[in-house]
Design a protein around this ligand. Structure first.
Ligand code: ADP
Length: 199
């Protein structure tokens, strides 16, 4: 633990407002939460492309760029999962301060961890999207072959099977990837966030 009583954060001249003016956008953390295979990465990718094409600077945080780098010392115990989300939220906070639109694509099954991120970046900067899809459909898709491994007993504590997924009580938006196409879901998200990210 750090000795925070001896730390004195500076007020820098170039602050968040100046950066927002420079890059002509407002930051936002778009937090995608949903079961494995629900479509978080797919939606995040297409959404990021749409933001880019419309002149917005964004950055996608997902399992691949976080678990292989910053969080490569973490496993899947309760404690490590909590630390995983804490670091993702802290990185998001820095990026929000930098003016960037951050998209995160993690299962994030617990209300407590989602609330932690919301508090950290402040609720006006936080946009929670529940990527909803039935467990049956996710298992049928089985994009990464993980459900098959779970059924063979090779993976334990898998969200939606033997570990709970707490449905977001109050998401900013809910999309259903069973009934909507990828483009429809992305359009829905984009049309709502546009007002928030435009200067
Ligand atoms: P997650 O990141 O949540 O684990 P992925 O995006 O990796 O999920 O996988 C979702 C799979 O479902 C992809 O193969 C994608 O092509 C497919 N899919 C089918 N319909 C949709 C939809 N409407 N939205 C998102 N993904 C969809």
């Amino acid at each position: 633990m750090n000795n925070s009583k001896n730390l004195f954060p500076h007020n820098h001249f170039v602050n968040s407002e100046l950066r927002q003016k420079l890059i002509n956008q407002r930051p936002l953390l778009i937090w995608l939460s949903g079961l494995s295979g629900s479509g978080k990465s797919t939606i995040a990718n297409v959404l990021e492309k749409k933001l880019y094409e419309n002149g917005f600077l964004s950055y996608l945080l997902d399992g691949d760029n976080i678990r292989v780098g910053l969080n490569n010392d973490l496993g899947f115990s309760d404690e490590d999962r909590k630390e995983n989300i804490r670091r993702i939220a802290e990185v998001s906070k820095l990026m929000i301060d930098a003016g960037v639109i951050v998209i995160t694509a993690f299962i994030s099954p617990f209300e407590e961890e989602r609330d932690f991120a919301k508090k950290l970046v402040k609720k006006e900067n936080y946009f929670l999207v529940h990527v909803d899809c039935s467990i049956e459909k996710c298992e049928e898709r089985d994009v990464k072959g993980l459900y098959k491994k779970v059924r063979k007993g090779e993976i334990k504590n898998f969200t939606g099977i033997d570990s709970p997924y707490e449905e977001p009580k109050n998401p900013s938006l809910k999309i259903n990837t069973e009934n909507e196409t990828v483009d429809e879901s992305v359009e829905k998200i984009f049309s709502v966030i546009l007002e928030k990210i435009k200067v």
